[in-house]
Design a binder for this molecule. Structure first.
Ligand SMILES: Cc1cc2nc3c(=O)[nH]c(=O)nc-3n(C[C@H](O)[C@H](O)[C@H](O)COP(=O)(O)OP(=O)(O)OC[C@H]3O[C@@H](n4cnc5c(N)ncnc54)[C@H](O)[C@@H]3O)c2cc1C
Length: 352
C-alpha cells in the first residue's frame, strides 16, 4: 500500500472501518476523543445490518454474546397496543462492551489508536470523518440508562409518551437498556422513573422505580438533528437529495452519523454506521494502492451512500413526526392494533 488513512472518531463507524482496512493491509491511524470503555446514548439494539456486511468488515465475531431479539411490544402511554415478531433477528449489545471490544481488535490488527485526543479535521486527503452526529441548536434530547431486574413483555419494548418515545432492549448480562428521544429537556433528566411519569408513561415509571438503575450508565445528549448532516445542505432537516452526493460535502469522506443520522426508533443507526464503513472500504483500498485519486475515492463513496441511505432516511423522518406528536401517536396506536397492519413492510422500508 502506498498511502495511509486517518480516521477521526472511534465509534462504531470509525472502528469498524479501521478494522476492515487493517484486515486488507491498509495503514490506519484512528483518533478518538474519549476513552474506552464508555457508555453512549444509544438504544443498543442493532437491526438491519446483514451478516455479509459484518463479515466484509471483519467484525461479525465481535458481536458474539449479543442477545438475540425476536419480539417487540408497543405501548401508547400506559396501554399495550400490539405485539409483533421482528421479520429477522436483531441484536442487543451494550456500546460500553462493543466499542471497547472493537478498539481492542483494531489494535490487535496493528492499527494505531490514539485515545483521549480530540483531533481537528485537517481536510488533507486520506482523512475520514467518523466523528458522529453534528450538534445543532435543537430541541431534541437523547437519554439512556442501564437497568437490572426489569422484566420485559418482549425482547424490545417501545413506549410512545408525551413528546417522546422510549425503547427498552435486552443487552448482555441480563441488563435492560432504556433509551429515549425527547422533545424538550425533561424536568429531572437523571431520574428516569420521574421522566417517564412526566411524559405520561406512568406504568413504565413504576416498573423502572421498582428495578435497579445503574447510575454510572446514565448518559444524555442534546442538539440532535436528523437526516444528512453536512452543514449548508440540509443538516437538521431531511435533505431530499437526488443522489445524495451533495450531502457528503465534496472531497471529504464522512461515515456513520457524521454522514447522516436516522431517527432512533428505527434501531438502524448502528447498521448505517457499519454499512457506510463497508461502502468506504473498497474506494479507500483503491486510494491506498494508488489506483484512484482521493477525489475519485470520495465520489465513489458518495454515490453509493446516496443510493444506500436516501429512502430510509426520508421514510424515517416522516414516521418520526408521527411517533412524537399526540395526534400521530393516536393514529399509529389505532392502526397498529389491527392484525392486518403491515409491520414487516414498514420494517423493510426502514432498512437496506
Ligand atoms: C436516543 C438515541 C437512541 C438510539 N438508538 C439506537 C438503536 O437502538 N439502534 C441503533 O442502531 N442506533 C441507535 N441510535 C443511533 C446510534 O447510536 C448511532 O447511529 C451510532 O452511534 C453511530 O455511530 P458513529 O460511529 O457514527 O458515531 P458515534 O458512536 O457517535 O461515534 C463518534 C465518535 O467520534 C468521537 N469524536 C467526535 N469528535 C472527535 C474528534 N474531533 N476527534 C476524535 N474523536 C472524535 C466521539 O468521541 C465518538 O466516540 C440511537 C441514537 C440516539 C440519539
Amino acid at each position: 500500500m502506498r498511502k495511509s488513512v486517518e480516521i477521526l472518531g472511534g465509534g462504531l463507524a470509525g472502528l469498524s472501518l479501521g478494522i476492515g482496512l487493517r484486515r486488507l493491509g491498509v495503514e490506519v491511524t484512528l483518533w478518538e476523543a474519549g476513552n474506552y470503555p464508555r457508555h453512549r446514548v444509544c438504544g443498543e439494539f442493532i437491526s438491519g445490518v446483514s451478516d455479509a456486511t459484518l463479515k466484509a468488515l471483519g467484525v461479525d465475531h465481535l458481536l458474539d454474546g449479543a442477545v438475540a431479539c425476536r419480539s417487540t411490544a408497543w405501548f401508547h402511554r400506559d396501554a399495550e397496543v400490539t405485539r409483533r415478531d421482528l421479520p429477522e433477528v436483531a441484536r442487543g449489545i451494550s456500546r460500553h462492551f462493543l466499542d471497547a471490544r472493537m478498539a481492542e481488535e483494531f489494535r490487535h490488527l496493528g492499527g494505531t489508536l490514539r485515545e483521549g485526543v480530540r483531533r481537528h479535521a485537517s481536510e488533507n486527503e486520506g482523512e475520514v470523518l467518523a466523528t458522529g452526529r453534528q450538534r445543532t441548536a435543537g430541541e431534541w434530547v437523547g437519554m439512556k440508562v442501564h437497568i437490572e431486574g426489569l422484566e420485559l413483555a418482549s425482547d424490545l419494548e417501545m413506549h410512545l409518551g408525551d413528546r417522546c418515545y422510549l425503547g427498552l432492549a435486552r443487552v448482555e448480562e441480563d441488563r435492560v437498556n432504556a433509551c429515549g428521544l425527547f422533545r424538550g429537556v425533561p424536568g429531572d433528566p437523571r431520574n428516569f422513573p420521574e421522566v417517564c411519569r412526566e411524559r405520561g408513561l406512568n406504568a413504565l415509571g413504576r416498573r423502572i422505580a421498582a428495578a435497579a438503575v445503574d447510575p454510572a450508565s446514565f448518559s444524555s445528549v442534546v442538539g440532535l438533528s436528523f437526516g444528512w448532516q453536512v452543514a449548508g445542505s440540509g443538516a437538521g432537516r431531511l435533505g431530499g437529495a437526488g443522489a445524495g452526493e451533495e450531502h457528503t460535502g465534496g472531497p471529504t469522506m464522512r461515515v456513520g452519523d457524521h454522514l447522516a443520522v436516522i431517527s432512533p426508533f428505527t434501531g438502524n443507526g448502528m447498521s448505517m454506521a457499519f454499512e457506510s464503513a463497508e461502502l468506504a472500504l473498497d474506494p479507500l483500498v483503491r486510494y491506498a494502492e494508488g489506483d484512484v485519486s482521493w477525489e475519485e475515492a470520495c465520489r465513489i463513496f458518495s454515490r453509493a451512500a446516496g443510493r444506500g441511505f436516501r429512502r430510509r432516511l426520508n421514510v424515517a423522518g416522516w414516521m418520526q413526526s408521527l411517533l412524537i406528536g399526540g395526534v400521530g401517536q393516536r393514529l399509529v396506536a389505532s392502526v397498529a392494533r389491527f392484525p392486518q397492519f403491515p409491520f414487516p413492510a414498514v420494517y423493510r422500508l426502514l432498512r437496506p
